[in-house]
Design a binder for this molecule. Structure first.
Ligand SMILES: CC(C)(COP(=O)(O)OP(=O)(O)OC[C@H]1O[C@@H](n2cnc3c(N)ncnc32)[C@H](O)[C@@H]1OP(=O)(O)O)[C@@H](O)C(=O)NCCC(=O)NCCS
Length: 206
């Protein structure tokens, strides 16, 4: 009986992994850009969210409602040509930018795309008058924590069983001075000038 349950669990896991591996995903070639998320991006964004978080928790509707919030929310995508390869976003909470989601397609991770999105999120927060940022991260997610620590985020609290599937504690991390962080961490790419001083739609991240 125990053997039977084990093989059923293993089969389920294999099925889950197979469904979630982007085996038939053709990698887009070329430089990437960071641009504001639009409704046309949502199918790809939801797909990447599911892959990057092994299931994901945000629905298409959740992303779409963020796009309707106006200046109190900022959601960006990284694109190679017209293909979305990553995304991230924050919501305004008082004087803080609460980074609520960020992910890069698993096949494109480790190429500075996540950092480019993250940095642009902070730049845009500062431009909109927000000087601080906060976020939650799984206790085991050291890759994301390294990125946040690189910009000076510090652990300020722990939320017991904050995450589900799998159940896990969340660390609360906070950055007290976005401007200082952006000045301290060298930019790996030149910024192209923008006409309105806002999101750098023309910037090419390499
Ligand atoms: C977290 C994530 C967005 C980072 O994006 P990425 O494009 O893979 O990361 P980058 O190449 O931009 O690396 C930026 C920094 O992240 C950290 N990092 C990236 N890959 C790492 C690895 N394999 N091991 C340790 N740290 C790593 C490093 O601090 C790195 O800076 P450095 O190269 O100067 O050391 C991406 O890995 C991802 O989508 N993960 C799954 C979803 C997720 O966990 N999101 C965060 C939820 S809170």
């Amino acid at each position: 009986m125990l053997q039977w349950i084990r093989s059923l669990l293993r089969l389920n896991k294999e099925k889950h992994n197979k469904e979630n591996l982007p085996e038939d995903w053709e990698e887009p070639k070329g430089p990437f850009q960071i641009v504001p998320m639009s409704h046309d991006d949502l199918d790809e964004v939801v797909k990447i969210e599911k892959l990057a978080f092994r299931g994901g928790s945000w629905s298409r509707w959740a992303f779409a409602s963020e796009l309707r919030r106006g200046p109190d929310s900022c959601f960006l995508v990284a694109k190679v040509g017209d293909r979305v390869v990553g995304f991230g976003g924050w919501q305004r909470e008082y004087q803080e930018a609460h980074i609520v989601n960020i992910a890069v397609h698993p096949r494109m991770q480790g190429r500075k795309i996540g950092e480019a999105i993250f940095r642009r999120l902070l730049e845009e927060a500062l431009r909109r008058g927000l000087s601080q940022s906060i976020l939650e991260v799984r206790a085991s997610n050291t890759v994301a924590q390294n990125l946040y620590k690189k910009y000076g985020f510090q652990v300020i609290g722990l939320r017991r069983w904050y995450y589900f599937s799998p159940k896990e504690d969340g660390l609360v991390m906070r950055l007290n001075d976005i401007r200082q962080a952006l000045e301290r961490v060298p930019k790996t790419l030149p910024s192209l000038p923008t006409q309105d001083g806002g999101l750098n739609k023309g910037a090419v991240e390499k």
